[in-house]
Design a protein around this ligand. Structure first.
Ligand SMILES: *Cc1c(COP(=O)(O)O)cnc(C)c1O
Length: 371
């Protein structure tokens, strides 16, 4: 039997009646864009995260763009972010008119390296944008400290880290705003594109809410205070997310159990480095990423056994064609380059069984043997 990277069908089978009822209700009430289901989900998600406000929007990418833009980031500014992430993290910086400045990552924890950030702070720096990559919180202690010392904004990309926490604080609450994606395969996934911003700042919350809905005050159909954009969550996504939200803690625990099982199964295998959890952090394992110098061979062996894997990510962001204009070279990011060549992400989802995981590990061992 094939083993997928993520098994959304298994999840649907488990909660089918709840999901179908949620979708039926939205359709029966034609509550298609915003409306009561969206309001209810925003309240529930804010509560789960522990934020004062949750403002939903069209995607995790929009959540980043809208947050940065409404925090006043624009032309002439620089935002320091990680060399290893999905392009949404950095393209939204450029979309505001600001320039992304990339810093290298930590060897074992894969997130933005605070020392590398410190070296890149300059007169144009306005913000630091860490990503809680793979579900592991970034080093928020030192990053918060740096932001404070240099009077910089802090915006967290939490797209992969729903419910992750560092020193007891849920990610999304450290800076001015935290942004979430509910892309279907994320730890909390909609049935289409969706995203949200969390913040404790009343004023920012209102500006973000208005910008995402054409600059109109909530309920004001007569006037627009400024030009914004159209980035709204639809009722179907909100109802699906609200039906799934009560399961998120249990699913997160199941991911941790699966990660611990992989850890045990892989512990004695030479040439494999399993993920290290930062002290005082709760990792939520959106991605289970290992490193091996024989990555391509291992991936091939898994493919031959119908086991899906992924590379997060094959090219560090600053070395993508999209950033040629910034003139970075591989030697600028030794850690991110090393990761790009050695990482491989294994199947992980709450429903994965120990039998499936054993098959994955056996295939890894077979791949390593083919030296
Ligand atoms: C998924 C993801 C995003 C973007 O989210 P979308 O909802 O797909 O727009 C942003 N940053 C990271 C790190 C992601 O993994």
């Amino acid at each position: 039997m094939a083993i997928p990277l993520v098994d959304l069908k298994a999840q649907y089978q488990d909660i089918r009646t709840e999901i179908d009822a949620a979708i039926d209700a939205v359709v029966a009430e034609t509550a298609f864009v915003r409306g009561k289901y969206v309001d209810a989900f925003e309240r529930a998600f804010a509560q789960v995260i522990g934020a004062k406000h949750c403002i939903s929007c069209g995607s995790g990418t929009d959540a980043l763009f809208i947050s940065l833009r409404m925090l006043g980031i624009g032309p002439g500014h620089e935002v320091i972010t990680t060399a290893n992430s999905w392009i949404a993290t950095s393209e939204t910086i450029s979309l505001t008119g600001a320039t992304p400045v990339f810093a290298d990552v930590e060897t074992e924890h894969y997130c933005l390296d605070p020392a590398a950030v410190a070296a890149k702070i300059g007169p144009r720096t306005r913000a630091i944008l860490p990503v809680h990559l793979f579900g592991q919180p970034a080093q928020m202690d030192e990053l918060t400290q740096l932001a404070r010392e240099h009077d910089l904004l802090l915006v967290e990309d939490c797209a992969q880290a729903h419910l992750a926490s560092f020193q007891g604080t849920t990610v999304g609450l450290f800076g001015a705003a935290g942004t979430f994606s509910f892309y279907p395969s994320k730890n909390l996934g909609a049935y289409g594109d969706a995203g949200a911003i969390v913040t404790d700042d009343d004023d920012l919350a209102m500006r973000v809410r208005m910008f995402a809905n054409h600059g109109a005050r909530p309920g004001d159909k007569l006037d627009h205070q400024f030009e914004g954009m159209c980035s709204r969550m639809d009722g179907l996504q909100a109802a699906v997310l609200a039906a799934k939200l009560p399961h998120l803690r249990a699913w997160t625990s199941a991911r941790r159990v699966a990660a611990a099982r992989y850890g045990e199964m892989l512990a004695s295998i030479p040439d494999v480095t399993v993920p290290a959890v930062r002290p005082d952090a709760e990792h939520v394992y959106h991605v289970y990423c290992i490193r091996t110098p024989h990555r391509d061979r291992v991936q091939q062996a898994l493919r031959e056994r119908d086991i899906s894997t992924a590379i997060h990510y094959p090219t560090p962001l600053p070395l993508l064609t999209a950033y040629e204009r910034l003139g970075y070279a591989p030697k600028d990011f030794p850690v991110a380059m090393h990761h790009a060549q050695t990482v491989i992400s294994l199947p992980i989802y709450p429903e994965i069984t120990s039998v499936q995981q054993r098959q994955v590990v056996d295939a890894i061992v077979a791949g390593l043997r083919k030296a």
